[in-house]
Design a binder for this molecule. Structure first.
Ligand code: A2P
Length: 264
């Protein structure tokens, strides 16, 4: 065991600032730490007064990586995120060793297409899922959406999409079987980035027309949702209205959801 692992602290490998408010960081993965793609874990820092501040963070790296990646918002004066945004390589971050969560493939019934709908930092668990070979073994087609306010907020998901192509673990067919559909709500659209909330684009059917795919169909489509509370609620209502049944680890279903962890 490394010197500073006895009290749950693990070393920071790197940190990247994507915008003034969004950053990602990687921690060295303790050898014994195992998780399922899509799960979250408690992590945090110790204050100068010796108090631990911990928050839930989705793991944004795949299960086979030696590094654990996380994606965070920096909330001004937030007790944890404002401090976390200042960490540097080789600093220590507290990492609790038990991962959990419902955004896992095992909580879904078998299906043909997997839809991953996210807003903001809700993209994080999908960053892990789309780099797992198992995802492509279980589903023929993966459709990933990421909605943010402005174009620079998409930088992290765009980087992960590129990284996935260079991992070397996915076949050309696997790589081609994923459609990435980024949207912005407070910025100009471009040829690759659509304008509007994904919920509206689904209801207007523009989303399906743009990707040249069939509308959502509960018999063979499976869905994961991760975003703000109001996004999750609206998407859940859309899905339930179309006959989708929520799943859990004990009783797999047609869709699962988790709110994007942001607080503090
Ligand atoms: P909008 O700009 O129209 O609020 P936030 O930064 O507030 O977490 O939001 C991230 C993205 O999620 C924004 O683009 C925001 O759009 C969008 N969003 C927020 N609430 C909903 C919702 N209920 N349905 C769809 N998209 C939403």
């Amino acid at each position: 065991m490394q010197k500073n692992e006895s009290n749950d602290e693990v070393p920071v490998l790197s940190i990247t600032h994507w915008t003034k408010e969004l950053f990602s960081f990687s921690l060295r993965r303790p050898k014994s730490f195992r998780f399922s793609a899509g799960e979250f874990v408690m992590l945090g820092l110790t204050t100068d007064e010796g108090k631990q501040i911990l928050r839930a963070y989705s793991i944004a790296s795949p299960t086979w990586s030696d590094a654990l990646m996380f994606y965070s918002i920096n909330i001004k004066n937030g007790p944890l995120t404002s401090r976390l945004s200042k960490i540097r390589a080789s600093d220590g971050v507290i990492l609790k060793r038990k991962s959990t969560g419902t955004l896992i493939l095992d909580a879904l019934k078998p299906g043909k297409r997997l839809f991953l709908f996210s807003t903001g930092t809700g993209f994080a668990p999908f960053a892990s899922i789309i780099r797992e070979p198992e995802t492509y073994q279980k589903f023929e087609k993966i459709i990933l959406t990421h909605t943010c306010r402005e174009t620079p907020d998409l930088a992290f998901s765009q980087m992960v999409l590129k990284q996935r192509e260079n991992d070397g673990l996915l076949s050309k067919g696997d790589i081609a079987s994923l459609d990435y559909y980024p949207t912005v709500t407070r910025d100009e659209p471009t040829s690759d980035i659509k304008s509007g909330r994904i919920t509206d684009l689904i209801l207007s059917e523009e989303f399906f027309v743009d990707l040249n795919i069939k509308n959502l169909f509960s018999a063979s489509d499976r869905v994961m949702l991760c975003g703000s509370q109001s996004f999750n609620k609206q998407m859940k209502d859309i899905l339930i209205g179309r006959g989708f049944v929520e799943g859990s680890i004990n009783v797999p279903g047609d869709f699962v959801l988790e709110k994007a962890f942001v607080g503090g």
